[in-house]
Design a protein around this ligand. Structure first.
Ligand code: FE2
Length: 153
């Protein structure tokens, strides 16, 4: 069986910057991202984060994924939903070299809360086609925006 392991792919790209098809860039206005590889069943993105830069709370439109921190550190807050209780965000720190896989229903927010710039490699399978951004309010999870490949990125 030859199952696609998205985290293995992310780690391979992270270990070999010479395979990145784009030069690394830091954008003072917002986190920077660029697709550095794509295949029939997955795509690879390079992201850079200056201190304080972040994503909103978002899903991945039904794609599974994985990411790994190439340098610096990132804080990830993942949405947890227990029965009969409101959704909450559970934080964890991902230092250099750490990463993890996530499934197609995963919702999270990622922030560089460190003092140094951070770099990460993200892999999605299948390729990202749609992402929904959310806000967590007292009433629960609220859809803020739906973004589509080819339109918003
Ligand atoms: Fe994400």
């Amino acid at each position: 069986m030859n199952r696609l392991d998205l985290l293995t792919i992310a780690r391979q790209y992270a270990a070999h910057p010479d395979t990145w098809s784009r030069r690394l860039h830091f954008d003072p206005a917002q986190r920077w991202y660029s697709r550095i590889a794509s295949a029939a069943d997955h795509e690879v993105w390079l992201l850079t984060w200056l201190p304080g830069q972040h994503t909103d709370l978002h899903d991945h439109g039904g794609s599974a994924g994985a990411f790994t921190v190439v340098s610096g550190e990132l804080t990830e807050e993942r949405l947890t939903r227990a029965r009969h209780s409101p959704p909450t965000l559970r934080p964890r720190l991902l230092p250099t070299g750490r990463g993890h896989r996530f499934g197609p229903q995963y919702i999270h927010r990622v922030t560089n809360r460190g003092r140094l710039p951070a770099i990460s490699v993200h892999v999605y399978g299948p390729a990202l086609a749609r992402m929904t951004r959310y806000e967590l309010t007292d009433e629960g999870l609220r859809t803020a925006a739906i973004e589509l490949a080819g339109s918003q990125w």
